[in-house]
Design a protein. Structure first.
Ligand SMILES: *[C@@H]1O[C@H](CO)[C@@H](O)[C@H](O)[C@H]1NC(C)=O
Ligand SMILES: *[C@@H]1O[C@H](CO)[C@@H](O)[C@H](O)[C@H]1NC(C)=O
Ligand SMILES: *[C@@H]1O[C@H](CO)[C@@H](O)[C@H](O)[C@H]1NC(C)=O
Ligand SMILES: *[C@@H]1O[C@H](CO)[C@@H](O)[C@H](O)[C@H]1NC(C)=O
Length: 413
């Protein structure tokens, strides 16, 4: 499995290095996010777009054209979209050229700009490679004030796309408490920009989990926001690589009517996949490097769901209750862990392209419940569920395992 390959190429020792610091462009930011007058806030999540594959072949550029179409078709079918989330692997970094590796951003955001929308990214493992730098990617995004992606944790280890966005009530004038927080986490991975191991000449890997400094920042920042609000604030989170809890839930078993979705990527390739950073657990065992991250998420009151990509063949949501995984090191506390839908024509797999939609409504937020479904490029909707207290018991239609038919595409013959 393609994703596993990259997960396993992890470093034995951490390199010492300096990553470039992003100089924010100082460009005018878009107006803060707000609920619509009808009390809803609609998010469209595109993941694993994988632009820039095989620029030297005829099929590479063609699949980017197809991916732009997917974004446009989904957004046209979802006219209430208030925010587009690009949940990682925007670009297939290992296929890019140093002089223009970030230019694919221009193609990705065009259908978003055409519709007057704004976007927010969480970068993926393929967004870092020898010729592609995460901070350069952010700089490219910042050519447009419609990018809400930013960097709130500044150190060499944290990755780049760690930040939050508040969402306010429709009638907020100023000094309002956010109704909703959107957290974006950088699960890193891939390879460091322009670095080679001097001994082997190989690319230098980057850890593929959310860094401890980001976990600290999240805990502190959330506490400040909660103190300011005087109460927990409902929240959603986005990260490209799923956590080890998703793997444990998959091992426990899915029910096609209670966790509807495709479940073809078995086992889940998760954060911290590969040898442990201290060299222990060799021979295929993995380290649960994401335990501090999971502890922080599950102990944050109001945090309803974490949305990931990375495993193109997994599209389900699972409500992780305390009793679900009694032997896991972290208690789930009802956090929903969701995959989206492979959106790009680039990247492995021929599962029908689409994008997970999230509809947050103020009346359901009182019960910390949200609606979500997948809008396919065909226009169909699959996997519509309500992530509420009885998700996991409620019975829904199973999701059909449809494929894109595209005889000239790389992965769909
Ligand atoms: C980047 O440069 C390569 C090599 O010249 C070219 O094939 C490719 O189309 C370029 N990509 C973009 C997005 O400009
Ligand atoms: C990086 O980009 C350079 C310049 O375009 C190109 O010659 C080289 O093949 C690329 N290297 C990798 C590892 O992709
Ligand atoms: C789940 O477990 C955590 C940690 O032990 C605990 O704080 C929390 O109250 C539990 N939640 C429920 C719903 O029992
Ligand atoms: C959760 O949502 C489902 C589907 O709308 C509904 O049937 C169920 O009653 C809801 N559960 C709760 C506790 O509201």
């Amino acid at each position: 499995m393609f994703v596993l390959f990259f997960g396993l190429l992890l470093l034995a020792a951490l390199p010492t290095r300096q990553l470039e610091q992003t100089s924010d462009s100082g460009q005018a930011k878009p107006a803060p996010l707000a609920f619509d007058a009808d009390g809803t806030f609609h998010i469209s999540i595109f993941e694993d777009l994988h632009f820039g594959e095989n620029a030297w072949d005829s099929w590479g550029p063609k699949q980017d054209v197809n991916s732009v179409k997917v974004i446009g078709q989904v957004l046209d079918a979802e006219p209430q979209t208030a925010l587009v989330v690009l949940n990682g692997d925007l670009i297939t970094g290992e296929n890019t050229f140093r002089q223009n590796s970030t230019h694919y951003v221009d193609q990705i955001v065009q259908p978003i700009l055409d519709r007057g929308l704004t976007w927010a990214s969480a970068y993926g493992n393929h967004d870092s490679d020898y010729n592609l730098s995460r901070s350069h990617l952010l700089e490219r995004e910042h050519r447009w004030s419609s990018s809400r992606t930013t960097r709130m944790v500044h150190n060499d280890m944290a990755g780049v796309s760690n930040y939050y966005l508040p969402v306010y009530a429709a009638d907020c004038q100023s000094d309002c408490t956010p109704e909703l927080l959107l957290w974006f986490f950088d699960s890193r991975g891939g390879f460091l920009y322009q670095q080679r191991d001097p001994a082997t000449g190989d690319r230098v890997g980057q850890p593929d989990w959310v860094d401890a400094s980001v976990v600290d920042w999240f805990r502190q920042t959330n506490q400040q926001l909660v103190d300011g609000a005087g109460k927990p604030i409902p929240a959603l989170a986005f990260v490209h690589i799923p956590t080890s809890a998703s793997l444990a839930l998959q091992k426990k078993g899915l029910d096609a009517h209670r966790q509807p979705g495709i479940n073809d990527d078995v086992p889940v390739a998760q954060q911290g996949d590969g040898p442990c950073i201290d060299g222990t657990a060799a021979g295929g065992a993995t380290c649960e490097q994401d335990v501090p991250f999971l502890e922080a998420l599950t102990s944050t009151p109001g945090l309803m769901a974490l949305f990931s990509g990375h495993d193109h063949g997994d599209t389900w949501c699972y409500r992780w209750d305390n009793a679900t995984l009694p032997d896991f090191p972290v208690a789930g506390n009802g956090l929903n862990l969701c995959f989206g839908q492979h959106s790009g024509y680039g990247g492995y797999g021929s599962w029908i392209r689409g994008a997970r939609q999230v509809v947050v409504s103020l009346d359901k937020l009182a019960d910390l419940a949200v609606d979500t479904y997948i809008r396919l490029e065909s226009g169909d909707v699959v996997g519509a569920v309500t992530l509420n207290a009885t998700y996991g018991q409620d019975v829904y239609p199973a999701t059909p395992n449809d494929k894109t038919k595209c005889p000239t595409c790389r992965y769909n013959r």
